[in-house]
Write a protein that binds this ligand. Structure first.
Ligand code: AMP
Ligand code: GLY
Length: 428
């Protein structure tokens, strides 16, 4: 099969790497890709939201299957357009991707189907939002309704912060139209955990739980980013709790979407807050998480292309996924200034000459410039290490990360530490 992967991040490099191991795959295209992906596939310069361009490319190149990494083309309807043109594509339709595209939709959907989540209100009127803020208890979380690259949720501790946040979203349009509507919800306490699942809209195959590290600095300090590192599996999530996550969150979501005529095929990502009382949904995404995917997929033993094909063709088998009996840790190397503004074009040195399946470097914001690899984004590289235990996996990731240099490079030094510090498991 010829496969086209849409996207250019560490998630897409991981997907391409995993697909390159499949016995079904003969050639990989990636649009637009990055310097690392160029080593295993052909990068083609299309932006991820150029849906007609991507569909023409898929036709011209005789692509057998397209796989979509990021949320933007999914919420814009790339799957609908490809299907209309008779092209095979892996991912949810626009109607189903709304579970990520609109937080107000997602919250109202959860209320309707009794899926555990924080109590909330939705406002499209600034005055009403401010009145609510004057007359409620804190802390709260205020969220832009639409897509905001993981940066659209602001925790507020008092009325003044809440008023400023409402105004920044609804008046100053900090997130553009995404903030014309806001969700205001209770702040949840516990540990944040990611559970992603493959689904054909009926059957659900949950992946191992993972944990992202969103704030930019050690000890969860500083502003939120797209994610500064991840590890998998999460030792404090018991098997019993995974069953609850399936029964209370994933199953009713997939069933509810189907009942609404929004059958969801692809990856359902549940961002959860977990504590002794069980899981509550913080957000749903309609795609693989990044960096979680860089930690999760290297542990998967199954052929990824086989899974994608079985979902697209609607004959996913109910057999469980199989996983390496190991732990993985991914540390993100970022450009100074990220998640704010940063410079690009810095030459990268110290990349390992040879990859092994235990020590992987996934590229995100990188590109080729002559014979050099240079930075081209905020999150630049993800170093993933697999080992028999988490402690050794952490050490392995940092050993590789410390050798890689570029001007302005930084990384969190505590990825995975929460897992080594927490002694007891959450049951329920
Ligand atoms: P979201 O855009 O909904 O994924 O939120 C981004 C981040 O904000 C989450 O990953 C959490 O760290 C934090 N967050 C969002 N909603 C809540 C909540 N209700 N309680 C606590 N933290 C939250
Ligand atoms: N790591 C969070 C996300 O992919 O949205």
């Amino acid at each position: 099969m010829k496969i086209l992967v849409v996207g250019s991040g560490g998630r897409e490099h991981t997907i391409c790497w995993k697909l390159s191991k499949s016995k079904l795959v003969s050639k990989i295209f990636c649009a637009p890709g990055n310097a690392g992906i160029a080593d295993i596939g052909k990068c083609v310069p299309f932006s991820v939201d150029d849906i007609p361009g991507l569909a023409n490319l898929a036709k011209q190149e005789g692509i057998d299957l397209t796989v979509v990494g990021p949320e933007l083309p999914l919420t814009l309807g790339i799957v609908d357009e490809f299907e209309e043109r008779g092209l095979r594509i892996f991912g949810p339709t626009k109607e189903a991707a709304i579970i990520e595209g609109s937080k107000a939709f997602a919250k109202e959907f959860m209320r309707k189907y009794h899926i555990p989540t924080a109590p909330f209100k939705v406002f499209d009127d600034r005055e009403k939002a401010l009145r609510f803020c004057n007359d409620t208890r804190y802390p709260l979380v205020i969220k832009a309704d639409g897509l905001a690259a993981g940066k659209g949720a602001i925790i507020v501790d008092n009325i003044q912060q809440a008023r400023n946040t409402v105004d920044s979203m609804m008046v100053d349009k900090r997130f553009g139209d995404a903030g014309s509507k806001v969700v205001i919800e209770d702040k949840l306490v516990g540990e944040e955990v990611t559970v992603m699942a493959f689904t054909d809209g009926e059957s659900i195959l949950p992946m191992l739980p993972s944990q992202d590290h969103k704030p930019v600095f050690d000890k969860d300090q500083g502003p939120n980013t797209g994610g500064m590192g991840a590890y998998c599996p999460v030792p404090f999530i018991s098997d019993r709790l995974m069953v609850d996550i399936l029964d209370l969150v994933l199953e009713p979501t997939i069933r509810g979407l189907k009942a609404e005529g929004r059958t969801f095929k692809g990856i359902l990502y549940a961002g959860l807050m977990v504590n002794e009382r069980g899981p509550k949904v913080i957000e749903f995404n309609c795609r693989f998480g990044d960096p979680e995917t860089q930690a999760v997929l290297p542990l998967l033993k199954n052929d990824l292309a086989e899974i994608f094909v079985s979902i697209v063709d609607g004959n996913i088998s109910l057999e469980d996924l199989t996983w390496q009996d190991a732990c993985s840790v991914c540390v993100i190397l970022a450009s100074d200034g990220y998640p704010g503004s940063y410079e690009k074009g810095k030459p990268i040195s110290g990349l390992p000459a040879k990859q092994t399946d235990q020590r992987l470097v996934f590229h995100a914001g990188t590109k080729r410039a002559g014979d050099k690899t240079v930075t081209n984004g905020g999150r630049v590289l993800g170093v993933t290490s697999l080992d028999v235990n988490l402690h050794d996996a952490i050490a392995g990731a940092y050993e590789v990360a410390e050798k890689i240099k570029f001007d302005g490079s930084f990384f969190r030094t505590d990825i995975g530490r929460k897992a080594t510090m927490r002694k007891s498991k959450f049951t329920r």
